[in-house]
Design a protein. Structure first.
Lengths: 155, 155, 155, 155
């Protein structure tokens, strides 16, 4: 198993205060990396994450969106992202991945070795990466993966 | 919790020999009640059950379809059902619910107090009814319910 | 252009009296050939025909469904078809294609040289076959084909 | 009938040179008004317009997209629109509606009295507005409306 690297986020939406994996240790974390102009994210991955947020809201799962802009940087600024979040009625916490230095790939995206967007990652109670999927994932499989991790005894 | 009543089946498709809940005790059982001319079954419930059968095929979940004809009896005979199973490429075991006496409701449907089709029931390892849902169920919720039961230690 | 052969129908549903192309000459006719256990018909072709029936109900288009059973004959009898029509809320006229002699292919299906189901055929005001499509057809293309024929001056 | 007001466009994408209704007189024009962060546009109206562009490409129909930003102006700049067009593989000509003075509503949107996005307008060969629809439109109805206008004799 691989320990999930910490998030590097420059700004949060839908979050009272910054979220860190360190502080969330002991709880499963569903991390959805997306770009607001990625068609597969908008049509599938992002609404799926919203559904997971709603389905598991009474569990101790923490859902986090991560805006991992690696192309069209001028087109997907935080100002545009904020309007996107509003228009698509997204209510789960969403962080802006920290821009990379000398590379278009942002920092968290690099740390996780993500191949693109949408990416869905499940981090277990112990902080390890339980699932790392690129592209479209079925709702049934995602529900099962989350529930299996929730069933693990904390601690 | 309610102990799941035994199945009353007059004929099986896609099954080597008759299945009974008694013999399956210790394994979770997903029971999908449908009618081949029920639009909500054909469009949603039955393909969803096929997806569950494929997703969990490496687990010890037993998926069972049950043809619970309670209307249009002459239109949904076993001969028609067999063609339906062939055309829709269904590969999970499917039983024909035993016709009722002095009632259009078949026997297993009565025993479970099902309200109609599609119905999806999850029977736990201990033989109890864990979930009983009538109508459309989301794939994510169903995946989660099954995975949670699979995580229970047998015995 | 090919003149559309006459229909050979043994029984009608949703029709006051038998329909013939001869009597319909001068009006465009949309002919949808299907089988009640053909998944592509149930999911796409038949509901599309119902949508066309509703969209063009104030025009002089005549919509006709044709149950062209060429396989699983025992499974798709008129009794089963009647329940299918009821359950799927089909309201356009539907005829049962006359069974073939010494062949599983019914008579009208043979006359038109249909390759399978679903098939959608548009017959023009002059009785010629304007469009003959096998398989899935887009709603936009079908709407356009029908409207173009409706725009032709009768007579 | 109402004569369609001229377009007021500050920038074009997918167009060799600026398009005007004056120059297009004699040809039917399909005008799709959208915003890149309008969920109903992205999921339905804009891909539908792309389908119409492809279906009728051998006719003399002119398809035009119009980016009518009336909210979140900072979030939907031409820079963001250009990335949107690229990512969604839109190939029909798209104009940016001229910003309004003392109003968030852009100029062409005002001239047509559009209620919001998505809006689909069909302008006839004679320059009149043939159809003006706000919200979701069925593919079949749109195909029919366009084909009916195409059938009108030019001149």
């Amino acid at each position: 198993m691989t320990l999930a690297p910490e998030l590097a986020v420059t700004r949060w939406f839908n979050a009272g205060e910054p979220l860190t994996l360190a502080a969330l240790r002991g709880r499963p974390v569903l991390l959805h990396a997306f770009q607001m102009l990625c068609p597969g994210c908008v049509a599938h991955g992002t609404p799926q994450t919203q559904r997971a947020f709603e389905l598991f809201k009474h569990s101790d799962l923490q859902v986090i969106g991560l805006h991992t802009v690696f192309e069209h940087h001028d087109a997907m600024t935080p100002v545009s992202l904020e309007a996107f979040i509003h228009e698509y009625r997204l209510t789960f916490p969403i962080g802006v991945d920290q821009p990379g230095e000398d590379t278009p790939i942002p920092v968290t995206m690099q740390r996780y070795g993500m191949q693109g967007t949408p990416t869905i990652i499940l981090i277990g109670r112990n902080g390890n990466i339980v699932h790392h999927g690129f592209g479209q994932q079925s709702d049934m499989a995602l529900g099962a993966i989350i529930a299996a991790e929730l069933a693990n005894t904390p601690g």
